[in-house]
Write a protein that binds this ligand. Structure first.
Ligand SMILES: [Zn+2]
Length: 450
């Protein structure tokens, strides 16, 4: 009798163990099934090492890459313009959809596995707008980003140099024309911001110097800050607070930075979201940096030089926040995911908004950035756009052409767009990056979907 009892207990234990194992497997199958299915040895979804499941489309349904047939968009300029979003066959571009969002493309379903033939991933990008940005960059290295600061949808994301993924070239390590070609400069790189950083110094001044609007500033073309000479491109004379931003006066901003102190400037770069990485539809962006040095270095940091580094996507998001009274809507790249026959399976939720500076500070900055266009950049260069902007011409070494920046937003309820343009060694910010921004934004407004 005792023997039977022992056996019953043993069998019961084995049954329990089996049940526990089955439950564990089911849980793992549902939670990790997509990852297992996307494993590169799964020949149901890979052909000769290439993912053969899923499609990548733009926001209008234009096919950018069909994994099932290994075919790209027919226009080679579109293929180059969307290279960093779509990816390449060797997955060298780690933040591309093909490299980073394989699970979604495979479209694993716990009930039917991968027999549905993958999923369609609709990006928020507009292929035509990306092509225009690519053509405007005209062979120079850099990046253009435009997003809707109310919905977070990135309409344009271009990084150059690029290449045609349908006909990838042989790229040798020492070929300067392809320097950093696998890096998406918009998401994964940081650059010396130059004068676009004066927005951060301005915010710190607005919130920490009570009489800033009543102050008058004077510029003789150069000044001594912490024992070092800070120079301006010209003699700016007498100015108010609006004037120092419109003239982008280095002398005034270096003085303000020293008065505010490195800790305060750093705190404002931090609250602007510039010193940490962000997530854009699951892709991680590069964090910028700011270090506090001597008085002279603090002075230079306040004008965006010294060791300041900024990521273009974070800068664009900050511009959206200034346009929205301080609320930073986080950018996203995936519009929706559907089955092959069009059934919507997933619409990306908007990431929680973040708050940067006070609404009052942002409203003042908005007026100052509108004044920049009126006073310095010329409204006629931007058609009818209700554009608010700041240029930057960032020194990156002696005898090296500076980086050209232009960033800002449209103060326009119907077309809530924020943007960033950065051209490496492009020269004048307002002229070079400004004209690219103008062309891309005018097209974005013209083709706006109501
Ligand atoms: Zn000056």
């Amino acid at each position: 009798m005792k023997k039977v009892k022992t056996r019953t207990v043993m069998i019961l234990l084995l049954v329990l163990l089996l049940a526990a194992g089955l439950i564990l497997f089911c849980v793992r199958y549902v939670t990790c099934g997509a990852q297992w299915a996307a494993f590169s040895a799964n020949d149901h979804v890979y052909t000769d090492g290439l993912l053969s499941s899923g499609q990548i489309l733009d926001r209008t349904g234009t096919m950018l890459y069909d994994c099932t047939t290994d075919t790209y968009h027919e226009d080679s300029a579109v293929r180059r313009a969307t290279l960093h979003a779509v990816g390449d066959e060797d997955n060298n571009i780690s933040t591309s959809v093909r490299a980073a969002l394989t699970d979604q493309l495979v479209g694993f379903n716990p009930l039917t596995g991968t027999s549905g033939g993958g999923h369609k991933l609709y990006l928020t990008l507009d292929a035509d707008l990306c092509r225009t940005a690519y053509e405007e960059l005209d062979g120079r290295k850099g990046t253009v980003g435009v997003y809707n600061y109310k919905t977070g949808e990135i309409l344009c994301m271009v990084s150059t140099p690029a290449f045609d993924p349908a006909d990838p070239p042989e790229i040798s390590d020492d070929d300067d024309s392809y320097d950093g070609v696998y890096i998406n400069r918009f998401l994964s790189a940081t650059f010396t911001p130059g004068s676009v950083f004066k927005i951060i110094t301005s915010a710190a001044a607005l919130e920490n110097i009570p009489d800033i609007m009543e102050r008058s500033f004077h510029c003789d073309g150069s000044d001594t800050i912490g024992g070092e000479t800070v120079t301006c491109t010209s003699y700016h004379g007498d100015m108010d607070f609006y004037g120092i931003l419109a003239n982008s006066c280095n002398c005034a901003y270096a003085q303000l930075a020293v008065e505010l102190g490195g800790e305060t400037i750093k705190q404002y770069a931090e609250s602007a979201g510039l010193l940490r990485s962000h997530t854009v539809s699951g892709l991680t962006t590069a964090a910028g940096s700011y270090s506090i040095g001597t008085a002279a270095q603090v002075g230079w940091s306040g004008v965006g030089q010294d060791n300041d580094l900024v990521n273009p996507c974070a800068m664009m998001t900050l511009m959206g926040a200034i346009a929205s009274d301080g609320t930073a809507v986080q950018p996203r790249l995936i519009a929706k995911e559907t089955s092959m026959n069009g059934l919507t399976l997933f619409t990306q939720e908007e990431a929680p908004d973040e708050t940067v500076w006070s609404a009052e500070t942002c409203r003042t900055l908005r007026k100052m950035m509108a004044n920049n266009v009126k006073q310095s950049y010329g409204q006629s260069n931007f058609g009818d756009l209700a554009i608010c902007a700041k240029s930057g011409t960032a020194e990156v070494g002696e005898d090296v052409t500076p980086h050209s920046w232009f960033t800002g937003f449209l103060d326009d309820e119907q077309h809530p767009l924020a943007f960033v343009v950065m051209v490496e060694n492009g020269g004048s910010g307002a002229r070079v990056a400004g004209s690219i921004a103008s062309a891309v934004l005018q097209q974005a407004v013209e083709q706006w979907e109501d």
